[in-house]
Write a protein that binds this ligand. Structure first.
Ligand SMILES: Cc1cc2nc3c(=O)[nH]c(=O)nc-3n(C[C@H](O)[C@H](O)[C@H](O)COP(=O)(O)OP(=O)(O)OC[C@H]3O[C@@H](n4cnc5c(N)ncnc54)[C@H](O)[C@@H]3O)c2cc1C
Length: 471
């Protein structure tokens, strides 16, 4: 046993430290396929005091720590690349308070978003930020990665829903810091709460969060429509906006991706062409009128097929979400077939462009991907301009890995050229550090990175918090 692991066992007591290499390995990976080899042990704090003990020890011994929720980041954000301790927050998962009058929930960082929503649904409420990984993604991980989701066009991202935070700082005393308020209106000088949101575990360990919550919609109506021309699909969304409708979700998939995904979806839907899925939350009395308007708008813009559902349950039953859910699995499936092997990796990009540039972005992405010899899988959140182009590759083929890397860089450049950003919701981690540098250059603000390094230095003078990430 390493001395670090035995020290931690003494400090934390029984059952909170694992240094079995097989388990440590499990906590050293993320779904993109990235894996680190630096973890000495995984620790499982059960209280704020446990977290403070770990940080005091890490500070004293200058040992790096890697905070982790469920490690579903796709940017390498929670992976222990250097020698250090993984801090899994999975045991800190209490809901401390749900206050409907104040519209807040106060929770531990390790609670999963779906579990929080099961509890909130008992009161007719929800936490609206819904990364597709919400069945496992933790609140602390979502805060630190600045996550968004399908409902982004209507509800924004984590930064719009975090009111206050408690965190442990990486200093000699492992100081417990509380920032923000329980109210939406709150002025505390510089906004440290928002600074922590999206900081990817590099500025402090979040131990509690005060979140805004909102009532569940009374009803959500849906259409799933298919188009020959992407311009017509995009125009449908523009027309809906012009009719003063803000969809709860507005997702799209490009035609070839639909073709691949429908093979796996196993649904009775005549899916051909570019796909648009729109859901709008309504009061019951308005449901019929809204559904009619959605269908008419789609047909006016030359939709070939339009499927409808009066509720989320009906949409599930009819399989309206099934093709969208198979977006990334179709890339895995396709790549396995192409390479004739099981072990394949899929690189999922996460750029954002102004929605008005979306059609251009899709065309250019197709050209770029062909140039590098890959098949594009493309879907995204058309309501907010967030695109997830993805390609599959052989992780053991150095030439292919190099091509994927070059593709990735060019996709980020495209986002910047179209006035967007190289990262919409997955964060910087290790994968997008070069992208962040490019974006700072494109904005004419290389100074931005100096400021970020300065902030990191103030919060984490010894550089022990999730080293090597973001800046
Ligand atoms: C299939 C799939 C779909 C996805 N869909 C989406 C999507 O729609 N939208 C989206 O935004 N993302 C998506 N993601 C990315 C990811 O799932 C989300 O960002 C998620 O919120 C991360 O939660 P987590 O608990 O896994 O965090 P982790 O990956 O464990 O951590 C994320 C970051 O937060 C830090 N961290 C974790 N907990 C703490 C803490 N308590 N204190 C300080 N730092 C901490 C970590 O060090 C890391 O830097 C998807 C991922 C997958 C695999």
């Amino acid at each position: 046993m390493s001395s670090t692991a035995s020290d931690l066992k003494k400090i934390l007591g029984k059952g909170k430290v694992i240094d079995d290499p097989a388990i440590v390995k499990l906590y050293s990976k993320e779904p993109s396929g990235m894996e680190g080899e630096g973890a000495i042990a995984v620790v499982f704090p059960e209280s704020v005091e446990d977290v403070r003990r770990i940080i005091r020890y890490a500070y004293e011994t200058s040992t790096p720590v890697y905070p982790q929720g469920s490690s579903t980041s796709l940017a390498g954000s929670a992976v222990p690349f250097e020698r250090g301790i993984v801090i899994s927050m999975e045991r800190m998962k209490k809901i401390h308070e749900v206050n409907l009058v104040d519209g807040v929930a106060i929770v531990d960082p390790g609670i999963r978003i779906d579990d929080l929503n099961v509890e909130l649904a008992r009161y007719g409420y929800m936490f609206p930020v819904d990364p597709a990984s919400s069945s496992v993604a933790t609140v602390g991980g979502a805060i630190n990665s600045g996550a968004g989701g399908m409902r982004g066009a209507k509800y924004g991202t984590m930064r719009d829903w975090v009111l206050g935070l408690e965190l442990v700082l990486a200093d000699e005393d492992a100081t417990l810091l509380r920032v923000g308020c329980k109210t939406v209106k709150c002025r505390q000088g510089y906004d440290l709460t928002r600074l922590i949101v999206g900081s990817e575990g590099t500025l402090g360990i979040v131990t509690k969060a005060t979140l805004r919550i909102t009532p569940l919609p009374e009803q959500v109506v849906y259409i799933l429509a298919f188009y020959d021309k992407l311009e017509d699909l995009a125009q449908t969304v523009v027309d809906l906006k012009a009719s003063r409708i803000t969809p709860l979700i507005a997702e799209f998939m490009e035609a070839r991706t639909v073709e691949l995904a429908k093979k796996l979806a196993n649904v009775e839907i005549d899916a051909e062409g570019h796909m648009l899925l729109v859901g709008v939350d309504v009061y019951r009395e308005a449901a019929e009128r809204m559904l009619r308007l959605l269908e008419e708008t789609a047909r006016k813009n030359n939709a070939k097929k339009v499927y409808k559902a009066w509720s989320t349950e009906e949409a599930e039953e009819k399989g309206l979400f099934a093709i969208r859910r198979n977006l990334f699995t179709s890339q895995v499936y396709y790549t396995r077939q192409r390479l004739g092997k099981e072990n394949v990796h899929v690189l999922i990009e996460d750029i954002v462009v102004p929605p008005s540039r979306l059609v251009e972005a899709v065309k250019r992405l197709d050209e770029i991907t062909r140039k590098y010899g890959f098949t594009l899988i493309l879907g995204g959140h058309i309501g907010d301009g967030n695109l997830h182009p993805a390609v599959g590759y052989d992780p053991e083929d150095e030439e292919e890995k190099k091509r994927v890397h070059d593709w990735y860089m060019e996709v980020m450049k495209l986002a910047l050229e179209l006035g967007g950003s190289m990262s919409a919701e997955h964060g910087i981690g290790v994968m997008k550090k070069e992208g962040l540098r490019m974006e700072a250059e494109a904005l004419g603000s290389p100074k931005m990175l100096d400021l970020m390094r300065g902030i990191k230095q103030v919060f984490d003078p010894k550089g022990i918090l999730n080293p090597g990430k973001v800046v």
